[in-house]
Every structure is written in structure tokens, then in C-alpha cells.
Design a protein around this ligand. Structure first.
Ligand code: GTP
Ligand code: MG
Length: 402
């Protein structure tokens, strides 16, 4: 099995790996048309981001092929290229980490706005019209819109009560600020895996009910971490179906991550245990473990998750594990009951809200944070690798209203 980087001697292998063992329609089922369309460039994009991420600028240049190789036609530019090869990913002489960060942030804001289109034109637009022009806000209507937007009945009533009491601000400002206050401030751009124990890899356990987008989100997270130059080990601890393991394997290939998988129906805890060993032995930066979707009401399945958690503690005593609950935003308020049950079983540290692009009910974000006290860390706004955005409370509220 290959680890992290493909050697130059086997450039064609990943593609054939991805396509041969699986019938084309299976691949389509698992990954989707969107992904295959962008995947042709994925490796180059990956390479580019990894190279530009480190602080030392000399390293990328050293890894770049000679200038004459990629651009034989630009002979006129050769002297400049000699002095400083200008690879395709370079941002120019004025490149700086701050500018790269600002550009990324701008792209993510645009993606968030696009992804929240439905919420903005549903929930957001209805709210804006209920605010009226000045003192004529229709508070009953506002309350109803919040409830139907999945903020939750009790929370919506409280919020309207608070907002109505505010003086010297418009209804819109009052509601907007009250909503924003429900979300804990955080440095949304810079979530990164923290070592589970000193010097060890970060561990991310991904849980949730069936079909919420766990495996896809893991693929997106792996892509993100790889782009940040981190070594990723995926643990295929959803052993319930062979197809689930294949699905994760494809994401591992796409993102150039290692994968640890056992046979279907193997003990998920054993898979995670082996993944920990592999990650430690190979100095990986982060392990991301997929788990089978399960109903939060099935005690035996929830126990299985607790066992995975215990096995991690056994292998790495005192490990701090990032446990992400993946919630399908189209689920509505039932998502809260799910989240609470998972929180009880494994102790959630973050929520990833998927499919925000498919629903007008962005209000669930506020309910989740308020009721669970667990931060929403990322939102999924599509099926592609780049459709995972760090959750930034301010940007989220702004994207809903502006
Ligand atoms: N529109 C949209 N679709 C998404 C998003 N995230 C995941 N999906 C789709 O949701 C479907 C289910 O995704 P999976 O990743 O297989 O879900 P899962 O939670 O791993 O499913 P199980 O393992 O069966 O529990 C797939 O078709 C994904 O492409 C998202 O943010 N937006
Ligand atoms: Mg899955």
C-alpha cells in the first residue's frame, strides 16, 4: 500500500485503482458526477496547496521541476525563470501568507453565500420582509419564521422577547444581534486537529445517524488537511457494509491519504485501534475515523461507539478526541434529539452541519449551539471536496441577512 505521496514511477496507478476494481456505476454512486469532473485536477491542486503552505519559501522552489520542462514555449521569459522559476501555483512576488489567507477567506465567503442561497431566499428573505421599514415590525410573523426556520419554538419565543425589548435599534438589528449572540465566538478559520496526546496524532471520530454525510465529510476534511500539508490516516470503522469501506477507500485515493480497513463486519473498535498504531508508527498528523450511521435510539449501536471511544483511551490514555457529530441540516428539529443522544454516548466536541445547500432551514445552527453548548465547526454546502467551510458565526449571520 502506498503511503501519502505517489512516487514518480507510478503516476498512472491512482486513476486505474479508482476505476478498475469498481464498476463505473458503483463509483458514480459513491462519489458522484461532480467529484469525477474535478478530480482530474485534484492531484495538482493538492500539490500546489501543500507546496505553498509551509512558511519556508525555498522548499517549494526546490521541489518544482526545472523551468524549461513545464513551459518550453515561453522562451522569452527564460531569463526571469532562471533567476526565480515561476511555477504555476506562484502568486507573484508579493505573495504573503496573509494575502493567501485573505484570498481563501474571500473564496469561502462566496461559497457560503452560494451555499446558503436557499436559506437566504427563504428564511432570510421572509425575515427581512417581516422587519418592515421602521417601527412596524411584525413580531408574530418574525417568531413564526424563526420557528419554521428550525430555530426551535422555545428559543424563538425567547429571542423575539429579547429583541422586542431592545431600544434604539431596528428590529432587524435586534434580531440579528440576538441570533449572533446564540453562537459562541471562535476562530473559525483555523480549526485544526490538536494532538490527542503530546507528540501524537490528532484523532477525529465522526459519528451520526444514517446518510447524514459522514463519509463525504471525512473525504472533505481529509482533502482540507492534506492541503494544509498534514498526513492523514483514515480509519474505515464503518464495517457494516463493504460499500462503505470502498467509499472511504476512494476518498483516501483522491486525497492521497492512508487508509486502514478490515473486512466487512469486523469490529469497528479493532479498526480504530489498528489505525492508531499505523498513525503512530508512521508519524501521521491526524486520524479520521468513519463510523456506521446509526439510530440514536438503538442502545446496542450506541454502545458500540462507546467501545470505540474506550479503545482509544486504552491505546492512548488521556487522549483528547475530537468527536464530530454530522447533522443533516434538512432533518429539522429532530436533529437536536439525535445530537443529544450521541453527546450522551460519546461526548461530542463539535458539530458539522451538512447539506445546508439543500434546505431553507439554516436556523438549526442556532438551536444546536444553544441547546448543546457544542460549537458548529464546519458546514457542508455541496458534495465536492471543497464544499466544506469552517463555520464562522459572523459570516454565517451576515450571509443569511445581506
Ligand atoms: N447537497 C449536499 N449533499 C451532501 C453533502 N454532504 C453529503 N452529501 C450527500 O449525502 C449523501 C450521503 O452521504 P454519505 O457521506 O454517504 O453519508 P453517510 O453519513 O456516510 O451515510 P452512511 O454511512 O450510510 O450512514 C451522498 O449522496 C452525499 O453526496 C452536502 O453538504 N450537500
Ligand atoms: Mg458513510
Amino acid at each position: 500500500m502506498r503511503f501519502f505521496r505517489r512516487g514518480p514511477s507510478e503516476p498512472q496507478e491512482p486513476e486505474s485503482d479508482a476505476q478498475e476494481p469498481l464498476a463505473p456505476q458503483t463509483t458514480e454512486d459513491l462519489i458522484g458526477e461532480e467529484w469525477r469532473r474535478v478530480s482530474a485536477d485534484a492531484d495538482e491542486a493538492d500539490e500546489a496547496e501543500i507546496l505553498e503552505a509551509p512558511a519556508a519559501p525555498e522548499e517549494p522552489l526546490a521541489e518544482e521541476p526545472p523551468a524549461e520542462e513545464p513551459a518550453p514555449q515561453s522562451a522569452a521569459e527564460a531569463p526571469v525563470a532562471d533567476a526565480e522559476p515561476a511555477p504555476a501555483w506562484a502568486w507573484g512576488a508579493d505573495w504573503s501568507p496573509e494575502k493567501a489567507d485573505a484570498a481563501r477567506r474571500e473564496r469561502e465567503l462566496q461559497q457560503l453565500e452560494d451555499g446558503l442561497e436557499k436559506s437566504r431566499t427563504g428564511f432570510g428573505a421572509r425575515l427581512r420582509s417581516a422587519f418592515g421599514g421602521g417601527d412596524d415590525a411584525d413580531w408574530d410573523e418574525i417568531e413564526e419564521i424563526l420557528i419554521t426556520g428550525d430555530v426551535g419554538a422555545a428559543l424563538s419565543m425567547d429571542l423575539v422577547e429579547q429583541a422586542r425589548r431592545r431600544r434604539n435599534v431596528t428590529a432587524e438589528t435586534a434580531v440579528r444581534e440576538e441570533l449572533a449572540a446564540l453562537l459562541a465566538p471562535r476562530d473559525a478559520r483555523h480549526w485544526e486537529p490538536t494532538p490527542a496526546v503530546e507528540g501524537g496524532p490528532g484523532i477525529v471520530l465522526v459519528v451520526g445517524v444514517n446518510g447524514t454525510g459522514k463519509t463525504t465529510t471525512i473525504g472533505k476534511l481529509a482533502a482540507r488537511e492534506r492541503a494544509n500539508g498534514r498526513r492523514v490516516v483514515l480509519a474505515a470503522a464503518d464495517t457494516f457494509r463493504a460499500a462503505a469501506i470502498d467509499q472511504l477507500r476512494i476518498w483516501a485515493q483522491r486525497t492521497d491519504s492512508e487508509i486502514i480497513a478490515h473486512a466487512p463486519n469486523a469490529d469497528p473498535a479493532a479498526v480504530v485501534f489498528d489505525a492508531l498504531d499505523a498513525a503512530i508508527a508512521r508519524h501521521a498528523d491526524v486520524i479520521i475515523a468513519d463510523t456506521a450511521g446509526r439510530l440514536h435510539t438503538k442502545a446496542n449501536l450506541m454502545d458500540e461507539l462507546s467501545k470505540v471511544r474506550r479503545v482509544i483511551d486504552k491505546r492512548l490514555p488521556g487522549a483528547s478526541v475530537e468527536t464530530f457529530f454530522v447533522l443533516d441540516a434538512t432533518t429539522g428539529q429532530n436533529g437536536l434529539a439525535q445530537a443529544k443522544a450521541f453527546h450522551g454516548a460519546v461526548g461530542l466536541t463539535g458539530v458539522i452541519l451538512t447539506k445546508l445547500d439543500s434546505t431553507a432551514k439554516g436556523g438549526i445552527v442556532f438551536a444546536i449551539e444553544r441547546e448543546l453548548g457544542v460549537p458548529v465547526r464546519f458546514v457542508g454546502v455541496g458534495e465536492k471536496a471543497e464544499d466544506l467551510l469552517p463555520f464562522d458565526p459572523e459570516a454565517f449571520v451576515a450571509a443569511l441577512f445581506d
